[in-house]
Design a protein around this ligand. Structure first.
Ligand code: PSU
Ligand code: MN
Length: 307
């Protein structure tokens, strides 16, 4: 484990890592920026519970008072959830300033991967990743999440990506950067709220053991990047494609009209979609995160069994 002077690994997490037991990292942007209070805190605590029930130790990751936290307490999760949008959404470029100033940061997929890796955690569960935005050919809005997947050896279990992004370009970018994109039990990239996107993934894998074997091989090959596992939302929670796509198109249009750009884009679109779908999308969002937590815990256990 890294002894980075800015890193605080929670005692339970440190013990599990030292003993070679499974740990699953969780992000905090989903808490502070991705969902409203109090559902955000409730969901974050339930996700931790699901990870435990499936044999792993949860490590919610955040920046608090300039400290990089690998494992947050219940109080810290409550704090991040209540403070919500006041907490800086922290990507790779934000960490140096937040650390130097002793400020708080909600970690995105990017910074959760960075801190997880510093702590020695290999598996991370979330909802959706950032990617290449629609219109990126002129705006150049491409999430730092894709670069991080290319360089940091962490498996990210997600439900694909929302079609607020250009999913085709997102897959092209990942291909260029050598990031394996796996469909769990599917040959098609899931689109977060729906099980289908119309785009194929590189490989279908159907068991946690086979996911573990692929990740293990990536490590033994000494490749530097991570792996993206896309796990479709369970059928019973998936949304009607027409309803959600209409809301997404409307949200994207409104962001354009209002001139929303940069790091505000994703949170703006997510909040707008939630408004337009009257909260149905929030319910789907919560359940797909639970589903990913379960798969991540089982896969983390399977990786530990290989060592
Ligand atoms: N996509 C979602 N939900 C989210 C995010 C993305 O469906 O909560 C968050 C994640 O933390 C992700 C970040 O890492 O937004 C990406 O932001 P950006 O597009 O600004 O890189
Ligand atoms: Mn962006």
């Amino acid at each position: 484990m890294s002894l980075n002077k800015y890193l605080d690994v929670a005692p339970e997490v440190a013990e599990a890592i030292a003993a070679g037991k499974p740990v699953v990292a969780l992000e905090s942007t989903i808490i502070s920026h991705g969902m409203p209070y109090p559902q955000n805190v409730e969901t974050a605590l339930n996700v931790e519970k699901i990870i435990r029930e499936n044999g792993a130790v949860p490590a919610t990751i955040a920046v608090i008072g300039g400290r990089l936290k690998a494992g947050c307490t219940k109080e810290e999760i409550e704090y991040l959830g209540k403070k919500g949008l006041e907490v800086t959404k922290a990507s790779r470029r934000d960490l140096p300033v937040l650390v130097a100033r002793g400020e708080d940061g909600a970690t995105t997929v990017t910074t959760t991967m960075i801190i997880a890796h510093m702590a020695g955690i290999q598996v991370f569960a979330t909802g959706g990743i950032g990617g290449v935005h629609r219109g990126a050919e002129t705006t150049m809005d491409i999430s730092a999440d894709l670069e991080e997947l290319a360089q940091t050896p962490v498996m990210v279990v997600c439900a694909g990506a929302k079609s607020i992004l250009d999913l085709g370009l997102t897959l092209e970018y990942l291909e260029t950067h050598g990031v394996p994109v796996i469909g769990y039990g599917t040959k098609e990239l899931p689109a977060f709220y729906t099980r289908k996107s119309g785009f194929s993934v590189d490989y279908e894998i159907d068991t946690p053991e086979e996911l573990a074997a692929a990740f293990h091989a990536q490590r033994e090959l000494e490749f530097k990047g991570g792996m993206l596992v896309t796990n479709p939302i369970p059928e019973e929670f998936s949304m009607d494609a027409d309803v959600i796509n209409k809301a997404i198109d409307e949200a994207v249009e409104e962001a354009k009209e209002q001139g929303i750009h940069g790091k505000a884009t994703t949170p703006f679109l997510l909040a707008k979609i939630k408004d337009l779908t009257g909260g149905d999308s929030l319910d789907s969002n919560i359940h797909l995160v639970y589903n990913n937590a379960k798969l991540a815990a089982k896969t983390a256990a399977a990786i530990c069994a290989l060592k």
